[in-house]
Design a protein around this ligand. Structure first.
Ligand SMILES: C[S@@+](CC[C@H](N)C(=O)[O-])C[C@H]1O[C@@H](n2cnc3c(N)ncnc32)[C@H](O)[C@@H]1O
Length: 247
């Protein structure tokens, strides 16, 4: 199992310290889309696992709204942020620092919903390990429960001429040792960050392989901060949220 180098060891503290520099820019955009999307699906009383919770923005919100929330992140410094956030908000959350690919101590069928937002699964640097995380989400959700995951879209780069060299590499000519969709990016204070950008078909396959039936697909335009529909949505969306149901 391959882990991101920034979630454990020395880099974990650095990552958690500078993560705000990504959140400050991007999360206000996301919160216009992923939060309203979750609001409609996570109802008071539901048992929810935020499997790769980061600083706990969703964990705190849904605990405040009456869900019974467990927040997990392999990076203990991120979990410390989530703990502080919960305390400040007066929200009760159970916290864990397990690897999402092996959620130790969680019995199968424990949750009504599992969430992994803002390309959290995409930060895992290897396809088999990403799939292992998806399988673990499917294991810990109850039959009839839902798994909600967000990913960035690698196909939308085909519509951005400024991005063409990178797009060709991303979609057709991955670097040695990388797969289509693998990206190493710098963002503000954070450098050399791995992220896997999915195609919608690849993402769907990953749910199905984990034994989850895709029951909803929502396509996001980050610039316009809205969901998009229509025949070109799979090519034009910057990212997507899929909901998988365990039958
Ligand atoms: C891009 S952040 C997303 C955070 C949060 N889900 C959100 O929507 O704001 C990805 C998070 O996944 C965590 N992470 C990466 N690999 C992990 C793993 N194998 N197990 C658990 N957490 C992991 C990172 O520490 C980081 O906090």
């Amino acid at each position: 199992m391959k882990r991101s180098p920034v979630v454990t060891g020395k880099k974990a503290e650095w990552y958690a310290k500078h993560y705000y520099s990504v959140e400050d820019d991007i999360i206000p955009i996301f919160e216009r889309m992923d939060t309203p999307f979750l609001d409609k699906r996570l109802k008071p009383g539901m048992k929810v696992l935020d499997a790769m919770c980061g600083r706990g923005r969703h964990a705190v919100r849904y605990a405040k709204r009456g869900c019974i929330v467990t927040a997990n992140d392999l990076n203990p410094h991120m979990v410390a942020h989530a703990r502080r956030g919960a305390k400040l908000a007066g929200a009760k959350i159970s916290l864990m620092t397990s690897d999402a690919t092996r959620l130790r101590g969680i019995k199968s069928g424990s949750f009504d919903a599992v969430i992994a937002m803002f390309s959290a699964v995409g930060t895992i640097p290897d396809a088999k390990t990403r799939q292992r995380a998806m399988a673990e989400f499917a294991r810990v959700v109850k039959p009839g429960g839902i798994v909600i995951v967000h990913a960035h879209n690698r196909l939308d780069t085909l519509f951005d001429p400024g991005f063409y060299p990178e797009c060709l590499r991303l979609n057709f000519f991955p670097k040695k040792g990388q797969l289509r969709g693998d990206m190493i990016t710098d963002y503000n204070e954070l450098h050399d960050m791995f992220n896997h950008f999915y195609s919608p078909a690849e993402f769907r396959k990953s749910f199905e392989k984990a034994g989850l039936k895709v029951v909803e697909e929502a396509y996001m335009d980050y610039t316009k901060r809205r969901f998009i529909t229509g025949p070109l949505r799979k090519l034009r969306a910057d990212g997507f949220i899929f909901v998988g149901k365990k039958e």
